[in-house]
Design a protein around this ligand. Structure first.
Ligand code: THU
Length: 165
């Protein structure tokens, strides 16, 4: 028997400390939340992907009355990125979310963003991982009003992932 640890190094930033390029990708993710279609959860998520050619592809969560048919912001963005730029590496993805549920009335729009970052679901991690395995590391930037986490790769968010494809 052998025991071992798996470690992930996460960088935590105050928004103002983030490098300028990352701040603008976060802004694109926040802007993308405006395109969410969320009549069921009222939880607005935006994702913005920096492509190898410097362009940014954004997506948002899209829900459906047949609930499991909806799609998270991260996969909407990643599939749109791959469909619009086939074979191109994705360098970074930024994710932001807000909701008015369980929040006081009358705040400014900015204040409805999550104080702590949300993290992509397992299915989104797996989908992103496949692009990472094919085209190189994708940095993951998770925005929160009070702190932003930067993960060095999708694989760092998904230990023991399935890569035998
Ligand atoms: N959602 C995302 O779009 N990304 C995440 O990382 C977590 C959850 C969506 C799915 C659903 O539309 C809503 O947020 C509430 O779960």
């Amino acid at each position: 028997m052998r025991e071992f640890n798996i470690t992930t190094t996460v960088k935590e930033y105050a928004f103002e400390e983030l490098p300028e390029a990352d701040r603008s990708l976060v802004e694109a993710a926040k802007e993308a939340t405006r395109t969410s279609y969320v009549p069921y959860s009222r939880f607005h998520v935006g994702a913005a992907i920096l492509m190898a050619d410097g362009s940014v592809v954004a997506g948002s969560n899209q829900e459906n009355a047949a609930y499991p048919s909806g799609l998270c912001a991260e996969r909407t963005a990643a599939f749109y990125a791959s469909a619009s730029h086939p074979g191109m590496a994705m360098k970074k993805i930024a994710i932001a979310a807000w909701t008015r549920l369980h929040a006081p009335e009358g705040l400014g729009h900015e204040e409805y963003f999550q104080a702590s970052p949300i993290s992509p679901c397992g299915a989104c991690r797996q989908a992103l991982l496949e692009y990472e395995a094919a085209h190189g590391t994708i940095e993951v930037i998770l925005y929160g009003r009070e702190k932003t986490y930067v993960f060095p790769s999708v694989a760092s968010l998904l230990p023991f992932c399935f890569t035998d494809f």
